[in-house]
Design a protein around this ligand. Structure first.
Ligand code: NAD
Ligand code: AHE
Ligand code: ZN
Length: 370
């Protein structure tokens, strides 16, 4: 079939909206009509050329929601008409990782996914002249139609609005999951969140849900303060307003350091500050941000010897097929909020505007509605 997609033709160039060819689903695969997709900072990171796994031409996008149109041979858990959220972290329920009970990082298709290919080692997308186009994070939600493995789709309730629940495909689940699944924050905790964007605000909403007493937000952009307060931030720190040592300032503000700190910036200097602002003896620092190729984290080992813990999280530690439908229910039941964070709704033709809004710090989430 033919469909319309925003193609990343080259690193550092705007996406090009064009008609593309899409082959139908093979065994174990599903054709999905994407109804809406968010634009996450990770899409920008890959488009910029900073991603060591970034390959071009590719169809980016990994924060979508849509409807199953067709299933390939052997697909048993989905049928045409089902509403789904694509999963860049699949859940096969069979691999060593899925069965470990210790991680959400299903590895069943990770190797081909990282090469922009379907599990059989081929791509379903091509340009009209036949040039192959690669998949991205196994999702490629910047295409009106896409093909995914069955294990990379969460079936969700049909009454949930696509233009909101697409955000559960990455940002909402990552932020809330980092708090609930990865940090396992206890009632009464003190926390610091670095970066008050599409992920950091969901960390804040997760901290409120978990019953944290103090939620300190840190961002260079004061325009983020109002929204962060709405979601539960109790204190704001702009590093530009701190004249002395940032770690000392945060340790004093949290009366000895935070029980939990979260990096949602992708900046390795910020990651160090986050680790060192965690409480001596027990503070845990969770890395969510994705850092560019070649970037490395560092701290004095003494920081760990004296009890601080450095951790990371992908997709908030969530097992997608199991947890994502529940998070959709939380949204529909009013336990979590999504709507205010979707600050801009765009058409596919306007998708590059979504990247501009992100660069200028003007959006939280821009969502493309097909
Ligand atoms: P965003 O652009 O919406 O937000 C980033 C925020 O960080 C902005 O408000 C910005 O002003 C702030 N910021 C940037 N540099 C800063 C600094 N030095 N100090 C303080 N604040 C700073 O991005 P997002 O969509 O929220 O994504 C955040 C990060 O999380 C990105 O690195 C993204 O790739 C990553 N991410 C990781 C996962 C995962 O599973 N681990 C999932 C989604 C996104
Ligand atoms: N390809 C990059 C790493 C990118 C990365 O860390 N991605 C996160 C999800 S970010 C979503 O917005 C992730 O899931 N990581 C686990 C995995 O297996 O990719 C690089 O540095 O090579
Ligand atoms: Zn993302």
């Amino acid at each position: 079939m033919r469909t319309r997609a925003a193609v990343a033709v080259e690193a550092g160039k705007p996406l090009e909206v064009m008609e593309v060819n899409l082959e139908g689903p093979k065994a174990g695969e599903v054709l999905v009509e994407i109804k809406a997709t968010g634009i996450c900072h990770t899409d920008e990171f890959t488009l910029s050329g900073a991603d060591p796994e970034g390959l071009f031409p590719a169809i980016l996008g990994h924060e979508g929601a849509g409807v199953v149109l067709e299933v390939g041979p052997g697909v048993t858990s989905l049928k045409p008409g089902d509403h789904v959220i694509p999963l860049y972290t699949p859940e096969c329920r069979q691999c060593e990782y899925c069965l470990s009970g210790k991680t959400n990082l299903c590895q069943a298709i990770r190797t081909t996914q990282g090469k922009g290919l379907m599990p059989d080692g081929t791509t379903r997308f091509s340009m009209l002249d036949g040039t192959p186009i690669l998949h991205y994070m196994g999702c490629s939600t910047f295409s009106n139609h896409t093909v995914l493995p069955e294990i990379a789709l969460a079936k969700v309730r049909p009454d949930a609005p696509f233009d909101k629940i697409c955000y559960i495909g990455c940002g909402v689940t990552t932020g809330i999951g980092a708090v609930i699944n990865t940090a396992k924050v206890e009632i009464g905790s003190r926390a610091i969140v670095f970066g008050l964007g599409g992920i950091g605000l969901n960390v804040i909403q997760g901290l409120r849900l978990a019953g944290a007493d103090q939620i300190v937000g840190v961002d260079l952009n004061p325009a983020k303060v109002e929204m962060a307060k709405r979601f539960g931030m109790t204190d704001f720190v702009n590093p530009r307003d701190v004249s002395g040592d940032m770690v000392a300032h945060l340790v004093e503000l949290t009366k000895g350091g935070a029980d939990y700190t979260f990096d949602a910036t992708g900046n390795v200097q910020v990651m160090r500050t986050a680790l060192e602002a965690a409480h001596k003896g027990w503070g845990e620092s969770i890395i969510i941000g994705v850092a560019p190729a070649g970037a490395e984290i560092s701290t004095r080992p003494f920081q760990l010897v004296t009890g601080r813990v450095w951790k990371g999280t992908a997709f908030g530690g969530a097992k997608g097929r199991t947890d994502v439908p529940k998070i959709v229910d939380w949204y529909m039941d009013g336990k979590i909020e999504i709507d205010p964070m979707i600050t801009h709704t765009l058409s596919l033709d306007e998708i590059n505007k979504g990247f501009d809004l992100m660069h200028n710090g003007e959006s939280i989430r821009a969502v493309v509605v097909y």
